[in-house]
Ligand binder design. Structure first.
Ligand code: SF4
Ligand code: SF4
Length: 396
């Protein structure tokens, strides 16, 4: 296993991290003995970074990880877990969650602690106003947590605002060869690196979509260069080619996946892809682009929209529905466009002012396309559902 030093604190981290949200299941519940064996075997083979969260598997992910790390494994690894900031009502509720984390994980310290799923700066500001950051700093001072970070699913602009708003120890972003221009983007990755903030990557395979749902032409293109290399290896090696990346998380749910990923990680170094291999990615991306409904490159020139629409985010969710055969597209759309956040950014908020279209280098008829997005991705029940959700969650 190749390791990489976290330049902020000297931790030597395996470049492959274990994402603990997709453990194998049996009759719908986590297969505990099998998952524990998988975790321990992966530690023996060199993985030393385990990423879970308060909400994964309704808390059972943390509990299982805690059990798996008994018997001397805890000291050999770093645990990352996440405060569900969207459930935090006040400082007291966050403190209770910390007690739960430690009890489930059967440990008295957390190595990497993240504010889970920040999507816009207002969410971070709200946590600051509750005194959450001061409390985390106190926990860090007494050793209960070692590093303070955040995981991010929002726009490039919000990523920049958040990362510059606090002296973070690390951050976690979604990144893969399809998301180079989506969410934090390559620019955000570079910004984190330039600020000396280690980056953990999530969704390297887009939840398996870059392995299981690829168009046939893409598979053929990959195989034309190397008939043996799998789509997973292509996708993972693309990420590890980036010098800015510290750890790539993979949510592994079988022994085969663990072995395959460890094998790939044993030979994946930064700047190791050849010119020809990078050209294969260009071809693959061009095939994917041809299959996309809206040729948005997520350049962001059309932003900001005066009515808050995340234009590239809307088009990205819409495209994924077709390209990746995304089954949970409505849920993903709601999440990506912050339908239940302080700054919702979904397509039907468009007031057709036309300002954005003047700046689009792809000459996309943004207003027309947003209507399509709204029709297909929202449907008739979206607004009533969002309104009820916002009332229940007391979101203004
Ligand atoms: S046309 Fe719609 S999406 Fe474009 S700037 Fe105006 S309101 Fe925003
Ligand atoms: S300017 Fe055009 S291509 Fe760029 S993000 Fe906006 S819609 Fe997409």
């Amino acid at each position: 296993m190749i390791t990489k030093v976290n330049k902020k604190n000297g931790d030597e981290l395996s470049i492959l991290g274990f994402g603990c949200m997709r453990f194998p299941t049996k009759a719908g519940i986590i297969d505990e003995p099998r998952s524990i064996t998988m975790i321990r075997d992966s530690i023996e083979k060199g993985i030393n970074y385990f990423d879970t969260a308060y909400i994964y598997n309704a808390g059972k992910s943390e509990t299982l990880l805690g059990k798996a790390l008994l018997g001397g494994y805890r000291e050999r690894v770093k645990i990352a877990t996440k405060l569900p900031q969207y459930m935090v009502k006040n400082l007291e509720s966050a403190k209770k969650m910390m007690v739960t984390h430690l009890s489930r994980l059967q440990t008295d310290y957390i190595d990497y602690y993240l504010l889970h799923m920040l999507t816009d700066k207002s969410k971070f500001d709200k946590l600051v106003s509750m005194g959450i950051m001061e409390w985390l700093e106190e926990l860090k001072r007494i050793g209960t947590i070692k590093n303070i970070g955040f995981s991010f699913h929002g726009s490039k602009n919000d990523f920049e605002l958040i990362i510059k708003a606090y002296p973070w120890d690390f951050c976690q972003i979604q990144y893969n060869y399809l998301d180079e221009n989506n969410q934090a983007t390559k620019t955000g990755l570079g910004l984190a690196y330039s600020l000396g903030i280690p980056v953990i990557i999530m969704e390297p395979l887009r939840g398996g979509k870059l392995v299981n749902n690829l168009p046939k032409e893409v598979i053929k293109t990959f195989q034309s260069y190397d008939p043996i290399r799998t789509p997973a290896e292509w996708a993972l090696r693309w990420i590890w080619n980036h010098k800015e990346v510290n750890v790539v998380l993979s949510g592994m749910s079988s022994e085969e996946q663990v072995l395959e990923n460890i094998k790939i990680a044993s030979d994946a170094r930064e700047n190791s892809l050849t010119k020809e291999e990078l050209e294969i990615f260009d071809q693959v991306k061009s095939i994917i682009l041809k299959k996309t409904k809206v040729p948005c490159t997520a350049c962001g020139y059309c932003m900001p929209c005066p009515y808050g629409v995340n234009i590239p985010g809307c088009f990205s969710s819409y495209n994924d529905k077709y390209l990746l055969n995304e089954k949970l597209y409505r849920w993903k759309y709601m999440q990506t466009l912050g339908a239940l956040s302080a700054k919702p950014a979904y397509a039907s908020q468009c007031r057709e002012c036309g300002k954005c279209e003047r700046y689009c280098p792809q000459h996309i008829e943004i207003r027309k396309q947003l209507k399509e997005v709204s029709k297909e991705m929202e449907g008739s029940l979206f607004k009533p559902f969002v309104n009820i959700g916002r009332k229940v969650l007391k979101i203004k």
